[in-house]
Design a protein around this ligand. Structure first.
Ligand code: GLV
Ligand code: MN
Ligand code: MN
Length: 387
């Protein structure tokens, strides 16, 4: 089932995926989703925020059990982060039908829009807008690298951007949400298990640092006369690593913009994005405060710690575990399930083993047998929840 998606947004030079929200690749992925819904006779809806919902049963009478994930990608990402959850959702519905299950509640498959925030910088945009975790005005004004706003690109995609925002009507259809995801660590490989359940999502956020200096000639400007913003930037990167180590947290600078970007000129501006996460919210906050001292820093997103509902978590572990309950693991990755959980929706996650743990890279992988075990576990979980 992943095969028809394999060419969409793929960079042939690297094998990585570039699937920005509202890009041509995204539109193609949305069409694929609509086709899968139609083939199964599911009722397709796109909400005001661009999230896609395919329903088996009518959730306007009774809230449903929803599963799914996202189809967008980080730049040069792998094939599984997102799509595995969507594909497995459709496959689990097929399995329920094959088992002759008639769910007592509606069952829905969702594709959340712009989970990675690769284009506009804020992750989980679709679920944040849906739950009101981000204000529409702020979202619409965000710009991509070309200077286009979210409002511009939604309009170009034929959507009505001024309708975005908290959507209680759609939220009311979600009685429970279960997101299946490729694991982004080696926890399951170490447990020797195919499928696990999430306990919590680490608090995490993104911060933009602007280092300003004075552009000048690389050959004729004496070192003493320079105001080179690359130097404080470099100090920040090293300090981030050291501060994270000291606190048992993680900190990453994965995106940098150097302006004007000449090999033979001192830059005038360096803009860098820090991603910081850790098990303890206070530690992450302190780390960022320490790095920010005296610098021009703007918080672009912040997601507090999410602890998934323990009763639902244990129910998922039993339903997905077969003979022995599935292992329960925390994660440092952000997910739409976390945004929904924070908004009070009973939510949980299943993870599928990733042998190397590598993710957000073309090397991301899951074995076919583990993906199949994931689908069976998801079907078992849905069957349990939609009684
Ligand atoms: C999403 O994958 C994130 O954790 O950044
Ligand atoms: Mn991801
Ligand atoms: Mn994901």
């Amino acid at each position: 089932m992943l095969e028809p998606l394999a060419h969409i947004g793929r960079d042939p030079a690297t094998g990585g995926y570039v699937r920005d929200a509202w890009s041509e690749a995204d539109m193609e992925l949305r069409e694929w989703f609509a086709g899968e819904a139609a083939r199964r006779g599911l009722d397709l809806r796109e909400d005001r925020n661009g999230n896609l919902w395919a329903w088996w049963g009518d959730p306007s009478r009774h809230p449903g059990v929803v599963t799914g994930s996202h189809l967008d990608s980080v730049r040069q990402g792998g094939a599984y982060d997102g799509p595995l959850g969507v594909v497995s959702a459709f496959a689990a519905l097929d399995l329920l039908k094959n088992r002759g299950v008639t769910p007592a509640r509606p069952v829905g498959v969702v594709c959340f829009t712009d989970e990675e925030g690769a284009r506009f910088g804020v992750p989980c945009m679709g679920s944040r807008l849906l739950t009101g975790a981000i204000q529409p005005d702020r979202a619409l004004a965000l710009t991509d690298d070309a200077g286009d706003t979210l409002a511009d690109v939604m309009t170009k995609a034929g959507r009505r951007p001024y309708g975005i925002g908290r959507d209680d009507e759609t939220l009311a259809t979600v009685g429970a949400f279960v997101e299946l995801h490729v694991e982004q660590g080696r926890g399951l490989a170490e447990h020797g298990r195919s499928v696990g359940v999430a306990s919590a999502i680490w608090p995490h956020g993104r911060w933009r640092f602007d280092f300003r200096g004075r552009a000048d000639h690389a050959g004729t400007t004496r070192l003493a006369d320079r105001d080179d913003p690359m130097l404080p930037f470099a100090r920040m990167v090293l300090a981030a690593r050291e501060a994270a180590e000291r606190r048992g947290a993680v900190a990453t600078v994965g995106k940098v913009r150097v302006s004007p970007g000449n090999a033979n000129a001192i830059p005038g501006l360096v803009t860098a994005w820090l991603d910081a996460r850790g098990p303890d919210e206070r530690d992450v906050r302190d780390l960022v405060a320490e790095l920010s001292e005296g610098l021009d820093v703007r918080e672009e997103s912040w997601t507090p710690v999410v602890g998934f509902d323990p009763a639902l978590r244990d129910r998922l572990a039993r339903a997905a575990g077969g003979d022995a309950p599935a292992p329960i693991l925390p994660t440092g990755a952000g997910h739409d399930a976390g945004i929904l959980a924070a908004a009070g929706v009973p939510a949980g996650m299943l993870f599928v083993r990733n042998p190397t743990g590598v993710s957000h890279s073309p090397a991301e992988h899951a074995e076919q047998a583990d993906c199949e075990a994931g689908v069976v576990a998801l079907a078992d979980v849905l069957e349990d929840l939609c009684r």
